[in-house]
Ligand binder design. Structure first.
Ligand code: MG
Length: 186
């Protein structure tokens, strides 16, 4: 029997699983502040936290999180079949599906999200580094990349909102009427 899962149930599961896996919203917001702070010195932690909550409402990201965390947990319990059990458990560097799943969920936030994700994938900072180096203390093969994708999407969201705000604040001068020379006209 299949049932249609309510979006509130998915959302609740996402927040619960992040918490169960030791990732706080503030941990992700800290990364966002590191990424966007240089472009906006007035950026507050509160804005970063709100941006993280906003991207966590996106169904595509929610689904990626649930799939990735599930695979991490099953690998931790030794419940996957070989050879994927060993590949995920050892966080095999050439596996790539962890990055692909995470990257797929940032596309909705455009190129800033994609480039920020690439940066975080290389320069693991904060909770991403903690998860990546937590070998022997649980399996976080998917989660480190998924946290990077949440942070990257939230960073992009802030960058775009900042620009929108600047444009609302600035006065647009009247554009002069173009005086097209006769020979170029037509
Ligand atoms: Mg990984």
């Amino acid at each position: 029997m299949s049932r249609q899962v309510h979006s509130q149930e998915i959302r609740a599961a996402v927040y619960q699983k992040l918490q169960d896996r030791g990732v706080a919203i503030e941990d992700i917001a800290w990364i966002v502040k590191e990424m966007q702070g240089p472009y906006n010195p007035e950026l507050t932690m509160e804005t970063c936290i709100n941006a993280v909550h906003a991207v966590l409402q996106k169904r595509e990201l929610q689904h990626a999180l649930l799939v990735g965390i599930e695979l991490d947990v099953l690998a931790e319990k030794g419940m996957l079949s070989e050879p994927i059990q060993s590949i995920i458990a050892s966080d095999e560097g050439l596996f790539g599906c962890d990055e692909t799943l995470a990257l797929g969920s940032v596309f909705g936030y455009g190129s800033i999200a994609v480039t920020t994700f690439g940066h975080l994938d290389k320069q693991k900072i904060g909770i991403i580094r903690k998860l990546d180096t937590k070998r022997g203390d649980g399996i976080h093969t998917f989660l480190d990349d998924l946290v990077a994708s949440i942070a990257a999407s939230a960073s992009s969201r802030i960058a775009h909102h900042d620009r929108d705000q600047q444009e609302r604040d600035s006065v647009v001068p009247f554009l002069p009427t173009l005086d097209v020379p006769e020979e170029n006209a037509g």
